[in-house]
Design a protein around this ligand. Structure first.
Ligand code: PFF
Length: 497
């Protein structure tokens, strides 16, 4: 089943890097990293986050690239090639990005609304103090969030429809540098505000007395989401890598660039938050509400310009991440069912949009809520709190025990002198440290669900999260069994690891 590498992947190292960094850099960097830094006490969180990127993020990313590059095919067949009993991980690896995309694009749509409002001057005209209200009114309306979602989803589908090198690679090569330039402009503005240094101190001067166990796990969970780990993305993008591309260097570079952009987002947000006397611990509203307040208080012209640039930035980041999320199911459908890529992209994008529309409307329409809570919170909790840690930890264990030292070294491009040491360190981290860390994240995720911190306070709501996750895992295991019976009976473990 595992074919030779198909020649339709990334054509240049730069293009591959921009696409993978594009998948990594997204709302996780601009939206959740800053608010988690705010909640986690500032620099101490940042410090722990960076350690986690090195010990867990880069290590797991190398593992995912190795299996993807060696197989050259979609996520399900890659896992099926490792062992006929690991296919279930592949099914989850396709389902999870699909589910994440359903709500991720809703936030992408909100960003378009914000950008347009700033360009038209409405964003700042509503004045400081009123932006939070504006956010609530907008998200709770029924029609406009769906319209903006449609625009966003349409753009993403068009890029994926053009394929890996003509669509994803080309778009990423333009969008990522554009994102970087926009971010630098906002950082410079933020750093020149009065009292900006307070924000910088918050971000760079650690106070370890504020670190709790939950801070460490929050950092670890953030590393996973931010580096797009455990969702099949890096397996899919790895399958499009050329042989000459170096997995070790690429993974380190992606980890560094993802972290640098998250830090720049922090440098854009916290000096402004402190300068205007707002709360760094505002939580998920930090990006859409607090920052909008900041722009509103910069005055009609300056606020308008910087608000528009900033939300443009958010859109760019969300688009490049969404194309990665869409690519995973599309790649599988194209390869498995031999369907034309354009048709597959449009069909998957259409279904995602349909589900996304319910999610977008669930803020205002009670009938679409579960136990009084919006569907975005439900989807986010099922995927990020429960399933993602399960797939990520299982992938690390599978890769850690299956990949042979010789092959890993080959793929990492390590020189002979350091080979064994590197393999031993990587092997130890991926077999023990990373899975244990991830399982702790799963533990805290389940705890958050039951303690009501995941947004659901009724027992029915909490069970909705847990049971949905169980259903998905069981479904993927049953699919694995059926696939083995029906058409993969004679299949050998064909992936050379
Ligand atoms: N890493 C992205 C972010 O930080 O927003 C989120 C993401 C994108 C997750 C793509 C998964 C993925 F496949």
């Amino acid at each position: 089943m595992i074919k030779q590498k198909q020649n339709k992947g990334f054509t240049s190292k730069f293009g591959f890097l921009m696409a993978t960094v594009g998948s990594a850099v997204g709302l996780g960097n601009l939206w959740s990293f800053p608010y988690r830094v705010g909640e986690g006490g500032g620099a101490a969180f940042v410090f722990i986050y960076i350690i986690m990127v090195c010990l867990v993020g880069v290590i797991a990313m190398i593992g995912e690239f190795v299996i993807g590059k060696r197989s050259g095919v979609n996520v399900i067949d890659t896992f099926g090639g490792i062992s006929k009993w690991s296919k279930w991980l592949g099914y989850l690896g396709v389902i999870v990005p699909f589910l994440i995309l359903c709500y991720y694009q809703v936030i992408g749509g909100w960003s378009i609304k914000y950008m347009i409002d700033y360009i038209g001057g409405i964003g700042v005209a509503s004045g400081a103090g009123n932006v939070g209200g504006m956010f609530g009114t907008f998200t709770q309306s029924v029609d406009m969030p769906v319209v903006y979602l449609f625009v966003f989803a349409f753009v993403v589908a068009i890029i994926v429809l053009f394929g890996v090198n003509k669509g994803i690679e080309k778009a990423s090569k333009i969008l990522m540098p554009a994102l970087f330039v926009c971010l630098i402009i906002v950082v410079i503005k933020s750093l020149t505000l009065p009292n900006a240094s307070e924000g910088l101190l918050f971000l760079f001067k650690p106070d370890f007395s504020k670190v709790k166990g939950s801070t460490i796990l929050s950092a670890l969970g953030q590393v996973f989401f931010s580096m797009s780990l455990g969702m099949g993305i890096n397996v899919a993008y790895g399958s499009y890598m050329k042989d000459s591309m170096n997995i070790g260097k690429s993974s380190v570079l992606i980890g560094v660039m993802d972290t640098v952009i998250a830090m720049l987002a922090g440098m854009a947000i916290f000096p402004a938050v402190f300068s205007f006397g707002l709360e760094p611990t505002a939580g998920p509203g930090l990006l859409f509400v607090v920052l909008a307040e900041v722009f509103a208080s910069m005055g009609p012209i300056v606020g308008r310009i910087f608000g528009a640039i900033f939300f443009m930035l958010v859109i760019l980041a969300a688009v490049t991440s969404s194309i990665a999320l869409l690519e995973v199911p599309v790649q599988f459908i194209v390869e498995r069912f031999h369907i034309n890529r354009k048709l597959a992209s449009m069909c998957v994008a259409g279904i995602v949009f349909g589900i996304g529309a319910f999610i977008a409307m669930s803020f205002g329409v009670k009938a679409f809520q579960v136990e009084g809570v919006d569907l975005l919170t439900l989807f986010d909790s099922i995927t990020n709190k429960i399933i993602l840690p399960i797939t990520a930890a299982s992938t690390c264990l599978l890769v850690g025990y299956k990949v042979k030292p010789k092959n890993l070294m080959n793929d990492l491009g390590a020189d002979t002198k350091n080979k064994i040491i590197i393999y031993k360190i990587w092997g130890f981290l991926i077999r023990y440290v990373t899975p244990i860390g991830i399982l702790c994240v799963l533990g805290i995720g389940i705890y958050e669900v039951f303690s009501g911190q995941a947004g659901f306070t009724t027992i029915e709501g909490k069970l909705a999260i847990i049971l949905s996750a169980i259903v998905l895992v069981v479904f993927s295991i049953i699919a694995n069994v059926i696939a083995n019976y029906l058409y993969d009976k004679k299949q050998k473990n064909s992936l050379q690891l």
